[in-house]
Every structure is written in C-alpha cells, then in structure tokens.
Design a protein around this ligand. Structure first.
Ligand code: ADP
Ligand code: ZN
Length: 529
C-alpha cells in the first residue's frame, strides 16, 4: 500500500523548537519556510553557515509527503541523515554507495509513508527509473541544494543538475526550493531559468560576514609566512589551509607539524578512512589545522574555525568566498588570509590556456581569474570589492588589510615600459623561452649563465632596472599580468605583450601599481619553486 507521510507539526515554530531545539529563526528563514510550506517556489541565496538546511527541513515536516533533497555531497549524506535521525526526523538517502538491500529498505519506507526527508544524489534523479519510483509516492517538496551547480557559468558546474529542469513539468504541484551560498547575479539568473523557477520568490541574504577579516599578502616564502601568521595570530586555533596541489598539501602539513602544530593533510589521493579520521579529529579535537585541497570543508559544520588560509590563488571569487566562509560561523573574530604571487598568476593563466574545454569555457575561466586578481590587487576595501562581486553595495569595512593599512599606489609607468620593452626585444629572438626571472635578471644587470649564453648583456635594456629589487620587479610583473599588460604563454610561461601594452610603451597610458612591502632577495627567489 502506498501512503503519504503525514505532516508532523502544525507550525514552523513548533518544529523549530521541538526538533531542532532553537527558539528563534535566523534571517529570512521563517519567510522562506512559510513560502515553501504553503506550496510556493523559492530561490535562496544565503552565505555558508546562514542556516539553509532548516529552510527545506522544516517545510518537509509541515507538509504531507516526503521532502526530496537533491545534493551533490554524497559523502556527507550519511552524516546529514544520522544527524536528522538523532533528533527524531525520519530521514534516509539514495545514492551509489548503497547496496541493493539498503536501497530496497529506503524505497519501502518512502512508499509506506514513513520518511520525512529523502536525500537523493543528482545522478539518481536524472534516471527515469528513480523518477518513476518517486511518482509512486507522495513528495512534499523538492529542495535543490548547491543549486549553483546547474550554472555553466559558475565555478562548480555538474551536468547532472541540468536534468533537474524536468521536475517542474513532471511535478507541477510540488513546491521547489533552490539553495546556494555562491551566487553572483549571473549565476542567480542562470539557475533561476535552468531550474524553471521563474515563478519563485527570491530570498537574497546579506552576504557580508563582518567578523571575518580579509587579508591578502604578497607571497615570498609561503610556508614560513603561513607559520608566522598562525603562531602570531592564531596559536592553538582550529583552521583550514587550502593549497592547489596534493604535493603542496603534504609538504605544508609536514612543515607545520615539524614546527609543533597539529596539522593534517587532506586530499583526494588519501584513503577514505584516513580522510574520515582527519575530518572527525578536526570536528572533535581543539586546535587542529587541516591542510587541504578544495575538497575539504564542504558541508562541514564546525562553528569555531578561526582562520582560513590560502597559500595558492583560488580560481574564482565564488570559490574564495565559499572557502573563507568556513571561518567564524559562530560570529567571533576570524581571519581569511591569502598569500599570492607572480607564479600563481603565470600558472593559472597557463592552466586556462591548456585546459581541454572550448573557447567559451576558457573565456569563463579567464573572467573568474580576472575577478580574483582584481580582488587581490585592489587598493580599495577588500570587502567592498568582494560584496560588489555579489551585487551588493557597501562602504569601507574597517576590518580588512586595505582598510587597516591603506596601501599606497605609485606611478609604475617607467618600470612598466622598461619591462615591456625588454619583452619586445626578446621577442625578436627565435625559440625564445624566457620567463619573468630572466627578464628581471636582464633589467637588474645580473650576469647569469643564460644571460651570457644569449648575449643579453648587449640588449638596450640591460641593467636599466637596478633601482628596483628583484622582488619589487616580480611585483611589477605580477601586477602587469593582472592588468593584462603582459601575458604568460605556453608551457614555460613566456611573457608576451598584449594589445594594451602598446599604449603603455607609447606613453599614452599610465600604469598605477600597488606598493608592496619589499622582501629580501633570498625570500623572493624561493617563491619560484
Ligand atoms: P548552511 O547550509 O547555510 O551552510 P546550516 O544549515 O548548516 O548552514 O546551518 C549552520 C548552523 O547554524 C547549523 O549548526 C545550524 O544548526 C545552525 N542554525 C540554523 N538555523 C538556526 C537558528 N534559527 N537558530 C540557531 N541556530 C541555527
Ligand atoms: Zn575593508
């Protein structure tokens, strides 16, 4: 016999108190819950930690039938379901990690009207047999979590999400709620139309996280800088350090551990059991630092993460915002610290050039990177820049590095011209494979073996730049790349000029650069590794 799960509570407040043990709703939770419980569609943009889960969990308890939650975070489904069961909600999931018997039991419970909430992986829901199975029971609502995954423009596109557009036709009477923590205006628009949520009410939260202090520093010796940052400002605190490669994750965790910190590596190359153990130590012990690739932290609910550090440049502002948002969910002061350098820019531009996607895809990645670079290079408030990216106006925050110590800018037109004209001169040579380091050696008049080999001490720009240190030159090169006056190309990151650099060379366009703290030569050189 197929039965619909009866409503468990009469009002949202009753469910909030009885099940979740909270007295008041946060932000727009109540309006959202009432909208969906009343059968309307909703699009919810709420920062990480804002409390999105209750927005679909409570309506699932108020409506007849089972709330079907689509989530890409398969690894977390078990935890989410366990947490709900612990507070008396009848929850289950369907995903590829289950065996046939477990799946059959979940299916029976759904059809028997014994499930309040059912988590389903998106690839399940795109299959016809799953949809036919769901049709046999009663659905209270569809919740589409991490809804930005449907956006091809976004940073985390998942093709399975495209199939979710069909829910509107197939279940026209079932309310749908899409939720995400990462939404620029473009993503917001795209997810609304792709998920066929034209008739939805939109709930856009304030994206500001005022307790997070944003800081971005030039990268010299990243591991040492990171250690200084942690020991000075966050001794004994829990934190997450993000790096782009597994190798860098391993080395950084080793380095921090060798200095007496509790730092554990986390990346996809490690055994699932090791990763689970790391995650549970992070949640249960105090002062654990996890050094991770981006995979770590999604859906982890740890309120007292005091810092999030990036030792490599994130690929997009959305990603950066989501990762830094894992700090300070408890509202207490926390730090988002990022070190970035010339090599990051060169490497990421190259990765985009080499990426297998089509031109449109590469263009999107370039736009994402450019927005990230603009955030790094801004001389204005970081938060103003960040929030503007999410379509929100604000005034200088007083709690970011540029507000606390306003960066100075300087007229870098002449150094830019020196560097660009060296690039132009080297371009005349065949098989040229000269990256930033060699250019800087020429400008600073440094007689290296390569300089000798190519006779570059005979160039007109030889030694005309010894007024700047090597690290200052690296800063100039990095900022020129960020401003698209210089472009790294190919496997070796050979620097080439761009259409805009001609204007600089002719003197028609001034170049304003951000003043950076100078560093010893030795430090600057080690950032090449
Ligand atoms: P998100 O999915 O938006 O990142 P969660 O739904 O995981 O956020 O909620 C973050 C934390 O806030 C959780 O610990 C949750 O229990 C808590 N929370 C949510 N709503 C409330 C509320 N109304 N009152 C108190 N705590 C809440
Ligand atoms: Zn600021």
């Amino acid at each position: 016999v197929v039965r619909a799960t009866p409503p468990r509570f009469g009002t949202a407040h009753e469910a909030l108190r009885t099940v979740f043990g909270y007295d008041t709703f946060r932000g727009q939770q109540q309006e959202i819950i009432e909208r969906v419980a009343g059968g309307g569609d909703a699009v919810v943009l709420m920062p990480t930690g804002g409390g999105k889960s209750l927005c679909y969990q409570i309506p699932s308890l108020l409506r007849e039938g089972t709330g079907v939650v689509v989530s890409p975070l398969i690894a977390l489904m078990q935890d989410q379901v366990d947490a709900l069961i612990a507070v008396g909600v009848r929850a289950a999931f369907l995903n590829s990690t289950q065996d046939g018997a477990a799946r059959a039991a979940v299916e029976r419970a759904y059809l028997g009207g014994e499930l309040d909430i059912l988590y389903v992986a998106p690839e399940r829901l795109s299959s016809e047999s799953t949809k036919r199975f769901l049709e046999r029971g009663r659905i209270a609502l569809f919740a589409i979590d991490e809804a930005h995954c449907v956006s091809q423009w976004g940073h985390d596109f998942r093709p399975d999400y495209l199939a979710l557009s069909e829910l509107a036709d197939r279940w026209p009477d079932v309310p749908r709620i899409a939720l995400t923590a990462t939404a620029t205006e473009a993503t917001h628009r795209e997810l609304t139309s792709r998920l066929r949520l034209e008739g939805a009410e939109h709930y856009v939260s304030d994206f500001d996280r005022p307790n997070i202090q944003y800081r971005i520093v030039p990268k010299a010796e990243p591991r040492k800088q990171l250690l200084d940052f942690i020991t000075r400002e966050h001794p004994g605190d829990a934190g997450i350090v993000y790096a782009l490669s597994r190798n860098s994750v391993e080395k950084t965790a080793e380095f921090l551990s060798s200095r007496g910190l509790t730092a554990l590596p986390y990346h996809a190359g490690l055994d699932a059991s090791v990763r689970a153990a790391t995650q549970s130590r992070f949640l249960r012990e105090e002062g654990v630092i996890v050094v991770a690739t981006i995979a770590f932290g999604m859906g982890i609910d740890k309120p007292d993460v005091r810092f999030v550090a990036h030792i490599d440049l994130p690929k997009s502002v959305e990603g950066y915002y989501q990762e830094t948002g894992r700090a300070g969910r408890d509202g207490l002061p926390s730090t988002a610290w990022l070190a970035y350098g010339l090599q990051d820019v060169v490497q990421q531009r190259r990765m985009i050039d080499d990426s297998p996607g089509d031109l449109a895809h590469r263009r999107r990645m370039t736009q994402h990177l450019d927005a990230m670079l603009a955030l790094c290079e801004t001389v204005q408030c970081r938060r103003v820049n960040l929030l503007a990216y999410f379509g929100q106006n604000s005034s200088p925050c007083g709690n970011c590095d540029t507000c606390l110590t306003p960066p100075e800018s300087w007229d870098g037109t002449i150094p830019a011209q020196k560097l660009l004209s060296t690039v132009v001169r080297l371009k005349r040579e065949r098989n040229q494979r000269f990256g930033a380091s060699h250019l800087i050696d020429i400008l600073r008049g440094k007689r290296t073996a390569r300089v000798e080999q190519y006779g570059h001490d005979a160039l007109a720009t030889w030694s005309i730049g010894d007024d700047l240190s090597e690290s200052q030159w690296r800063g100039v090169a990095r900022q020129l790349i960020a401003q698209e006056l210089l472009k790294p190309e190919g496997e070796y990151g050979v620097l080439t000029i761009t259409p805009a650099s001609a204007e600089v060379l002719s003197g028609a366009r001034p170049v304003i650069l951000r003043t950076e703290p100078d560093r010893p030569e030795r430090a600057a050189r080690s950032s090449r590794s």
